[in-house]
Each structure stands twice: as structure tokens, then as C-alpha cells.
Design a protein around this ligand. Structure first.
Ligand SMILES: Cc1cc2nc3c(=O)[nH]c(=O)nc-3n(C[C@H](O)[C@H](O)[C@H](O)COP(=O)(O)OP(=O)(O)OC[C@H]3O[C@@H](n4cnc5c(N)ncnc54)[C@H](O)[C@@H]3O)c2cc1C
Length: 460
């Protein structure tokens, strides 16, 4: 329970209008996209790096745990408050501190909405490639903490690939700067890469220097229908074996296709479609026909039903809208989705999805899969009714089997959502004890009192 003394110290730093301890405000910040709630003791809204540093020092003095938070769109409980913690919301730190097109960089505070970064860059003929499906509302601080990514990752990489440097505050209130402002630099250890993806457990990020790229001149989209998951995923393997790298290569299984039907985006699919790929190419307008021809050639093979191209701008927008709404649309199947974002090597995708079908049958559960097939990153959704105890038991057994298979195939537990609270129990299956010990020692260096986002990332 937050002491009156600590509350007064926070109020004297931020003023009464940026420190909330009433139940209504605390409830608003009690959950993220995971179906769990932990009510924090208070919610704080700093507006600058200096305020963040000062409030961490107060938290240290009073030994108060801190839960950093962007938009709360994460789906692994990363921003779920630790018990007796105070939430630090970065929503009021949303300034673009510097935009430097000549050096292709932008410096932003953590509360800037991801899509705004891309929009600003495009104004100068540049773009910010990482494009999580939540880009319209998630915040760059959350993206940095989770190393977020989206469909473009297959060609352009993930958030980590676009971070030149960071400003941050450690768990004991030290102010640090990592990285540099140039695209080459090898001075000291690469703490930037360490902080990105650390889930708010090592330091609070207060500013990021991000790399931008020239915006592609043109984009072309293909919608490709197949008779089975295996046929579609074999085609993904053929695409990734040839030289033209698509700028998106997204997969949807039959359940996912059914889930987007109400949007109208699947109304004209050929009969017998059981799996779908969305394939995109980008670059110079005059080079696109060559790229599309190469991709079509690779996609052609056993089980192909149709390749559709020549979409109008509004049709492409509708297709992507349907794809990006899938995360919520699948909830029509059952009220709760147990959502995983596992990764397997691209060459093992078809085997993995066969295994999912088998698991769905043996455990009598709908399992919906879709996602970034070009990276081998699938969103697996086990659709369940939380009140059905038997179904929940079967779901957890299925989940254990799926995670074991992912690791046996040479994959990894999470491609972009991170570990948070939800996947902690699987971490020691992937990371060996000496490596985990080293990670815990690093955590102690950054956060000696264990105040930053406790109960996240590490297994018990
Ligand atoms: C519909 C939907 C689609 C999605 N699609 C994608 C997708 O395509 N790709 C993808 O990667 N994710 C996706 N996500 C998940 C989520 O949007 C991302 O994880 C995103 O990066 C979270 O950003 P946020 O601002 O909501 O952060 P939050 O959920 O608030 O926090 C995420 C983590 O970041 C930490 N954190 C926040 N700010 C800071 C800071 N300044 N310093 C240190 N730590 C901090 C939090 O403690 C937490 O651990 C999707 C979610 C939804 C609901």
C-alpha cells in the first residue's frame, strides 16, 4: 500500500493533476490486452525525462515497484501492474524532439504513437518501417520494450533494427544514454540492443533516436488462395528461397478467413479456399512488374487456386484492415483467446501447422493461426470459454505441447509480443540456466532494488 508520505512526494513533484490514486483512475490502468486485472496503487503521468528520473528516485527511497506503460495494447501482461505497484504512464511524453531528414533520423519521446512517427517521416519522403497491427494507437516506448514488428519485418526487420540510441533511467534513478546518432558505431557494449525487448525490466526509456529509410515509390499487393495450409506454407518456402524479398508475406488459415468474412474482404474467394497469403512487393515503380512476376512464379505450385493482383487502393486498404482486425475478430469464435506468437524456421512452417491441426483435433479446441509467415512468426489462438474448466485444462495441455514442438523445431517462444507475465513459465525451456543467471545478474546491475516491472520476463 502506497504510504501518504510517498504519495505526497509524487504530488509535490508532478502536481495533483498528474498523480491519480482514486479507484476509477486506478481501474483504468489495471489491465492490458490480457484478460487479467491488478489494480495499481496510483497512476503517474510524467511529462519529461527529468520528472521520470526524479520519480524513480522517490520510488527507490520508498521501495515502490513501478510498472511502465504505453497504450496498454500488449498481449502478454507486460504492462499489467505488479501487486502494490505504481503505474508510470508515458502518455504525456509525446513530443517529437527532433526530425533530421538529412541524417534520416527522428528523436522521439516514449509516448509518441507509432503511426505518427511514420507519418512525420513520410512528409519528407522517408518512412519508419516497423508496422505493428496496433500502430494507430500503441506507443513507441511499448514498441521498444517489446521489440515490436509487423508485416513489413520480412523485408525491413523489427523495431530493434531502427534504434540508433536511447535515453533512459535505470531502476536506481541513474540517467543513461546508449548508442549514437550515426548508422555505424562500435564504442562500448551495445546497451541499446539490450534495452530493446527488455520489457521495461531494466530501465525506463525516456527518448529514442530512430533510423528512417527512403519511402518506397510504389507498392503492389497479391491475394493468393490455396486448397490447404500445407500448400500455402510450401509456397511461402518457395518465395523465401528466391531472390525477390516481399515487403509482406502474411498467412491466414481457414478459421482466420472465416473471421474476416463479415468485413467483406473474403466475399470473392474461389470455392475450396482453405488458406490465403497476402503478398506485397515495394520499390521503384518501374521495378515492380519484375518483382511481381518473380513472386508469382514462386507462388505457383501444387494446391494453388488463384493469384489475384491489380487491386485498387481502397481494396488493398480493405484487405489490410481485415488482416489487422483479426486479433479482435477471432473473438467471435469464443470469448477468450489464448494468444501465442511463436516462431519456427520458415522451412518447418507446414509441419508445424499440421501439428496444430492434430493438436486441435486431439484436444477438441478451435485453434486459429495467422501471421507473418515470411518470418516464420505465427499467431496461434486457442479459442476457449473461461468458465468451462474441462476446456481450459485441455487448452493448457495443448499449449504445453505446442511450445515443446516450437522449440523442438528450432523455433522461439515469442517473435514480437514478448514474455511479460503470460509466457514466463516456458522461458526456462528455451534459455539454459547459466544464461538465465547472467540475465538475472544484468537485471540486478540496472535495477538493484528490483523495482522495475517485477514479476515479468523471468520464470519464478
Ligand atoms: C489489435 C492488436 C494488434 C497487435 N499487433 C501487433 C503486431 O503486429 N506486432 C507486435 O509486435 N505487436 C502487436 N500487438 C501487441 C502490442 O500492440 C505491442 O506489444 C506494442 O508494442 C505495445 O505497445 P503499448 O504502447 O501498448 O505498450 P504497453 O502494452 O503499454 O507496454 C508494453 C511493454 O512496454 C513496457 N513499456 C512501455 N513504455 C515503456 C518505457 N517508456 N520504458 C520502458 N518500458 C516501457 C511496459 O512495461 C510493457 O512491458 C498488437 C496488439 C493488438 C491489441
Amino acid at each position: 500500500m502506497l504510504s501518504a508520505h510517498a504519495l505526497a512526494a509524487f504530488r509535490s513533484l508532478l502536481g495533483t493533476d498528474r498523480v491519480f490514486d482514486d479507484m476509477a483512475a486506478r481501474m483504468l490502468y489495471a489491465s492490458d490486452e490480457t484478460p487479467r486485472q491488478v489494480v495499481p496503487d496510483a497512476v503517474l503521468f510524467p511529462t519529461s525525462h527529468d520528472e521520470v528520473a526524479a520519480l524513480v528516485r522517490i520510488a527507490c527511497e520508498h521501495r515502490i515497484a513501478l510498472t511502465p506503460r504505453g497504450a496498454g495494447s500488449g498481449n502478454v501482461g507486460g504492462a499489467l501492474p505488479a501487486p502494490d505497484s505504481v503505474v508510470i504512464s508515458f502518455e504525456c511524453m509525446r513530443r517529437v524532439l527532433e526530425f533530421d531528414p538529412a541524417n534520416r533520423l527522428i528523436v522521439v519521446e516514449p509516448g509518441v504513437v507509432t503511426e505518427e512517427i511514420d507519418r512525420t517521416a513520410r512528409g519528407a519522403g522517408l518512412f519508419y518501417p516497423p508496422d505493428p497491427g496496433s500502430a494507430a494507437y500503441c506507443r513507441i516506448g511499448g514498441n521498444l520494450a517489446m521489440n515490436a514488428a509487423g508485416p513489413r519485418a520480412v523485408k525491413y526487420g523489427v523495431t530493434r533494427d531502427y534504434v540508433l540510441g536511447l535515453r533512459a533511467v535505470t531502476g536506481d534513478g541513474r540517467e543513461i544514454r546508449t548508442g549514437c546518432r550515426t548508422t555505424k558505431g562500435v564504442t562500448g557494449y551495445d546497451l541499446t540492443r539490450l534495452l530493446v525487448g527488455s520489457g521495461g525490466t531494466l530501465a525506463l526509456i525516456t527518448a529514442a533516436t530512430l533510423k528512417l529509410l527512403p519511402a518506397p515509390e510504389a507498392v503492389a499487393t497479391l491475394r493468393v488462395c490455396f486448397v490447404s495450409n500445407r500448400a500455402a506454407l510450401d509456397a511461402v518456402g518457395r518465395v523465401m528461397r528466391q531472390a525477390v524479398v516481399p515487403s509482406a508475406l502474411e498467412f491466414m488459415d481457414r478459421h482466420a478467413i472465416d473471421a474476416i468474412r463479415p468485413t467483406g474482404a473474403a466475399s470473392d474467394l474461389p470455392a475450396g479456399t482453405q488458406a490465403l497469403l497476402m503478398v506485397e512487393a515495394d520499390g521503384a515503380a518501374q521495378d515492380l512488374p519484375r518483382q511481381i512476376a518473380a513472386l508469382e512464379q514462386a507462388l505457383d505450385g501444387a494446391g494453388l487456386l488463384e493469384i489475384r493482383s491489380g487491386f485498387e487502393r481502397q481494396d488493398i486498404a480493405r484487405l489490410w484492415m481485415a488482416r489487422k482486425s483479426l486479433s479482435h475478430a477471432v473473438k467471435r469464435i469464443a470469448p477468450l483467446k489464448i494468444n501465442e506468437d511463436v516462431v519456427v524456421p520458415v522451412s518447418r512452417l507446414a509441419d508445424f501447422v499440421d501439428f496444430l491441426d492434430h493438436t486441435a483435433q486431439t484436444h477438441q479446441l478451435p485453434i486459429v493461426s495467422f501471421g507473418h509467415a515470411g518470418n516464420g512468426n505465427l499467431h496461434i489462438n486457442l479459442m476457449v470459454h473461461p468458465a468451462d474448466v474441462d476446456e481450459m485444462t485441455r487448452a493448457h495441455q495443448a499449449l504445453d505441447a505446442i511450445m515443446s514442438r516450437v522449440l523442438a523445431l528450432g523455433g522461439t517462444l515469442s517473435g514480437e509480443h514478448g514474455i511479460g507475465t503470460e509466457k514466463r513459465r516456458f522461458v526456462s525451456q528455451e534459455i539454459d540456466p547459466p544464461t538465465l543467471d547472467l540475465m538475472r545478474a544484468i537485471k540486478r546491475q540496472f535495477d538493484p532494488h528490483g523495482l522495475l516491472n517485477p514479476g515479468k520476463l523471468f520464470p519464478d
